[in-house]
Write a protein that binds this ligand. Structure first.
Ligand SMILES: Nc1ncnc2c1ncn2[C@@H]1O[C@H](COP(=O)(O)OP(=O)(O)OP(=O)(O)O)[C@@H](O)[C@H]1O
Ligand SMILES: [Mg+2]
Length: 225
């Protein structure tokens, strides 16, 4: 489903990624770990074509994302939901409006939008908060809204770049359990960049660690691949 092939990335003559090869199958759940500046976000951004590699290629569903024409980028991004550390919700819109917005820009039928919005808000457990503004929600709830927004278009892939970076340990755990549930129930391929060692160690998923521009380890906890 996702294949990064011999990826090199230079920023101002600094080698950030140095021959990265990684493949993720449909419905996999993968943690991407590594120190600050290891290149986790850079690698994730290559998947949704926010960053181009200096050398090498990235394929999503056998489409060479690296060679994609500018006009085809929106179509790629419709198959990928993205969640960030800082939620990026629109503060003057309600929870439901924030989630609906992702479909409104695609000019979907209003009835369809309503149904989808209620369905994903139910999935993340925030139906009762649908008419609140983000400022009335806790950090964990805001992150769940941003996850709902990322899912409302039923993407095949969900990318979460440090989704728990601003959350306390209990709330972080809740958000990761939610990502796990989405992976299980919807068979969404989930990629999570995180520094949260406790969570990574206890969830027993595949872990890809980047260090010094290379893949230092790639294993499923509890059994090597
Ligand atoms: N647009 C850019 N221009 C120049 N350098 C960049 C750019 N984006 C990232 N970098 C550099 O590339 C390196 C990798 O950055 P990246 O954000 O991918 O790391 P990361 O693993 O996500 O780190 P963190 O854990 O802090 O989020 C860093 O040294 C960063 O300063
Ligand atoms: Mg990062």
């Amino acid at each position: 489903m996702i294949r990064a092939d011999k990826i090199y990335k230079l920023y101002n003559d600094n080698v950030i990624l140095n021959n990265i090869n990684v493949q993720v199958e449909k419905s996999e759940f993968v943690f991407l770990v590594g120190q600050n500046g290891a290149g986790k976000s850079t690698l994730l951004k290559m998947i949704y074509r926010d960053v181009l590699p200096t050398k090498g290629e990235v394929f999503v569903n056998n489409v060479n994302v690296t060679r994609l024409k500018r006009r085809s980028i929106p179509l790629l991004r419709r198959s990928i939901g993205v969640v960030f550390q800082d939620y990026k919700l629109l503060k003057y819109k309600t929870v439901a409006e924030n989630v609906a917005f992702a479909l409104e820009v695609l000019e979907k039928d209003p009835k369809f939008i309503k149904r989808q919005v209620l369905q994903v808000l139910d999935l993340v457990g925030l139906l009762k908060k649908k008419d609140e503004k983000p400022s009335a929600l806790s950090g964990g709830e805001q992150q769940k809204v941003s996850i709902a927004r990322a899912l409302v278009n039923n993407p095949q892939i969900l990318i979460a770049d440090e989704p728990t970076g601003n959350l306390d340990p209990d709330t972080s755990w809740e958000v990761m359990q939610l990502l796990d549930k989405i992976n299980e129930q919807r068979k969404t391929t989930v990629l999570v960049a995180t520094h949260d060692k406790a969570i990574v160690d206890s969830m027993r998923k595949r872990v890809v660690e980047i260090s010094g521009g290379r893949i230092l380890r790639d294993e499923i906890l509890g059994g090597y691949r």
